[in-house]
Design a binder for this molecule. Structure first.
Ligand code: NAP
Ligand code: F7E
Length: 334
């Protein structure tokens, strides 16, 4: 019997890492996840993988570590000797990166260098996925953005991701390592962190319907984003590491919408027509420098990976609103 492939996922407790764990376990991988110590449980998105108990299954293993702790990374890589590493761990909130720029640089940027250096020493044949971001395009130099569009990051987060991007390219070119950048545009889901705008809106609506919240306070409603569905984007990330050669790919829907349009669509799904009664603009949520418009061109991914997005804007809003309403005990009709 062929040996199971082994994958190590950093950021396994986050949105993407948890979907990637589901995806790889379904494909028959042995999955290892790096979890950081937290004073309250941070495993809500992967609890289902334990079957409701804090016991490892035969294919799923958790390791305490931290992206700022190089030795922990070396120990984990040495212990599990993965075929593939999916590096999703990051301080991933753009606005908050202005408050904690230095730790964002370390966790979101330098961690990629630490992991690649650890792999180079311990396990150089391991394939590496870097969670690069459309935030690297920032003040976009071209519309739509593709793999060759120059970067112009607008936040400490975006700058850290540019560092990580070039580190992955450099380890590929300098040491022949199999390192890929997935340049993913915004992707959302019912597991999205609740302080990102789409989820803030859909949890807010559900709580308004449940009578637990009166208003949703938001920042810039004019920003435009290319929003896709997170589980589909994990399929794209996996496909990158199955190619004969490592490369970099944009993953996006090719559609852009304003935050205001997401608000309108989400309230429509919930059956509330007068959304303006429930939204207040609060300048606290503005950013010192904003990324005004992002829209991606995923032609290369379609041609080389055979990947295409299926869930688009309206369906995404519907999935998220319904899931949050369900959590509040409210079933919305189709
Ligand atoms: P997320 O939900 O915020 O998850 C981030 C993960 O990183 C969590 O598991 C978090 O652990 C972990 N983490 C943070 N600091 C750490 C540390 N010091 N040591 C170890 N782990 C640490 O992010 P996501 O939305 O899944 O995104 C996954 C990756 O893709 C990130 O690198 C993000 O920057 C990038 N990305 C995301 C998008 C998007 O639209 N979602 C688009 C492009 C790129 P806790 O659970 O303990 O906090
Ligand atoms: O903001 C505006 C905000 O925080 C989207 C991360 O996953 O995707 C994400 O970064 C837009 C911005 O995502 C609020 O100003 C208005 O223009 O949901 P977001 P993001 O900054 O695009 C990229 C690709 C990543 O890589 C990141 O890791 O919405 N906005 N009002 C608001 N944003 C938030 N968070 N909260 C508001 O109240």
């Amino acid at each position: 019997m062929a040996q199971k492939k082994k994958a190590l996922i950093t950021g396994i407790t986050g949105q993407d890492g948890s979907y990637m764990a589901d995806f790889l376990l379904a494909k028959g991988y042995e999955v290892h996840g790096l979890v950081r110590r937290s004073s309250s449980f941070n495993t809500g998105r992967i609890d289902h993988l334990y079957g409701g108990t804090v016991q490892e299954t035969k294919d799923f293993f958790m390791h305490y570590g931290d992206l700022t702790d190089t030795n922990s990374l070396i120990h984990i890589i040495d212990k599990c000797r993965p075929d593939e590493v999916y590096h999703f761990g990051a301080q991933s909130h753009v606005r908050i990166s202005f408050d904690i720029p230095e730790s964002t640089a370390q966790i979101t940027g330098v961690s990629t260098l630490k992991l690649l250096e650890a792999l180079r020493i311990v396990s150089p044949k391991t394939k590496f996925y870097q969670a690069s971001s459309s935030e690297m395009f920032g003040k976009a130099r071209e519309i739509p953005q593709k793999e060759t569009t120059p970067f112009y990051p607008r936040s400490p987060y975006g700058i850290a991701k540019v560092f990580a991007y070039w580190t992955a390219v450099n380890y590929r070119e300098a040491y022949g390592m199999f390192a890929c950048n997935g340049i993913l545009f915004n992707h959302e889901s019912p597991r999205r962190g609740e302080n990102f705008v789409t989820r803030k809106i859909t949890t807010g609506i559900a709580k308004i319907l449940a009578g637990k919240q009166k208003k949703i306070y938001l920042g810039n409603l004019d920003a435009k984003r290319d929003w896709g569905y997170a589980p589909e984007y994990m399929d794209a990330a996996w496909r990158m590491l199955q190619q004969p050669e490592p490369d970099d790919y944009v993953i996006a829907t090719g559609e852009t919408h304003t935050v205001r349009e997401f608000v309108e669509e989400a309230f429509r799904v919930a059956g509330i027509a007068d959304w303006k009664n429930y939204i207040e603009v609060d300048p606290r949520y503005y950013r010192p420098a904003e990324v005004d418009v992002l829209i991606g061109d995923a032609t290369k991914a379609k041609q080389k990976l055979g990947w295409e997005p299926k869930v688009k804007f309206k369906e995404l809003a519907e999935i998220m609103v319904k899931a949050d309403c369900k959590k509040q005990g409210i079933e919305l009709k189709s």
